[in-house]
Design a protein. Sequence first.
Lengths: 362, 167
Amino acid sequence: MTTTEFAVVGGGPAGLSAAIEAARAGVQVLLIDENERPGGQLFKQIHKFFGSKAQRAGVRGIDIGTQLLGEVEANGVQVWLNSVVWGLFSERTVGVIHERKNYSVEAAKVLLATGAMENPLAFPGWTLPGVMGGGAIQTLVNVHRVLPGKRVLMVGSGNVGLIVSYQLLQAGAEVVGVVEALPKVGGYGVHASKLRRQGVPIWTRRTIKAAEGNGKVERAITVALDEHWKEVPGTEQVLNVDVICLALGLTPLAELAWMAGCKFDYIPALGGHVPVHDADMQTTVPGIYVAGDVSGIEEASTAMEEGRLAGIAVAQSLGKLGAEEARKKKEEIYAGLEELRSGPFGEARRNAKETVHARAER
Amino acid sequence: MTLEQTGVLSREELAKLPGMPSEERMRRGPVVVIECGQEIPCNPCEALCRQGAISVGDPITNLPVLDEDKCTGCGLCIAGCPGQAIFVVDMTYSEQEATVAMPYEFLPLPEKGQVVEGLDREGRAICSGRVVKVVNPKAFDRTPVVTVAVPQDCAMSVRNIAWQKQR
């Protein structure tokens, strides 16, 4: 049996930020990540982030990742890489496969910062090689510098679809267009404008109908949708592409929270079922915290702030941080989160988070 | 049609932006054109301007407001905008030509003197242009800024460039 004061599951922006805050306060932290390198999706994000200066706006995600890793190291966080957390049991016992051995890590506090998974879409031909998720394309192109194809159809115009399209152009691929089932562009207008001025069309009220090809994607068939989301016959368009990228939103990766018996709420604005959590990011199971996309799909910038919040709350509950100091730190973060969730793009998420917090307090 | 529907700011939307300089100001020399039309939480531009010509203030979702008399058209804000929504237009470049400075994050970079097509906000070639400056200092963090000379009547439309690239 291994013990630690604070086990952080997942080394993305939320997990890293939590580990740093807690370790700074003197908490003994074990950060566990299943990848060979921590950072989560940050190292795929080669674009500059939005937000305010305090939230590292204007800095590329990849550079934020490097900064966070430096801080993790400087603060003495123990990091287990290539390590899979396969279970979470009573009294916060974490089952981990680490260096081919099974460990039961008994932790005073556990943070689940496990992120999200991409939403799939089934259509004829969707299993053909060449149909892939936006995350996979970012891994191939931005991390391994491999182009998955030459001509790409993007499905979905949320920020992920728009950003991945732009990055594909940067890498030298052609993006033949973006289809969006909604009547409007889902992501930020500035991201859409970057694509449009490169000559990439965005077709709203249109979706993918089928992928065709001999053993791999050679064509995509798209079709217009009417206001009842029904295909409009005769509006099919055939596009010669070798990649169809799906960027259709994310779902919280919350299996460990289910396993631990956390209460859930179904909140579409946050991506589906999310563990109910309070303003300290603590779930309904005492000692188990959530932060980042697992607690509701948002952005890396909010994930980092939520992670910090969880780290501070854990340090406080372990007696490593005085109530007054913790309150000050938290209030600063609440103000930052409020900013990040303001405006027409943030409002639904802010309201949804308030609903989740209110449920936790009941 | 609107930005939300097309991904492109319409003439009407552009005209209403608080980051747009007046025609009178444009006749006086280089000035920034801030094509930021959605209330997203973002304010790096405000801190980047050494003249205090761009203000976002509180709440952070405010659209950036240009004080056109303070702006010197230096262009230090161009590369720092995460949305690549900032350009500098100089209507006084020559008798017939204006320049447009734009962020350009693609390889290869054009060279000074390169003849290019000026592309509009929808990527359509609308005029011929000539690259007059390419800057890529460390402070721009890998967002080079390319300045292109175009006919004056295209300066408020050209927002990208293209040319035959040898791969």
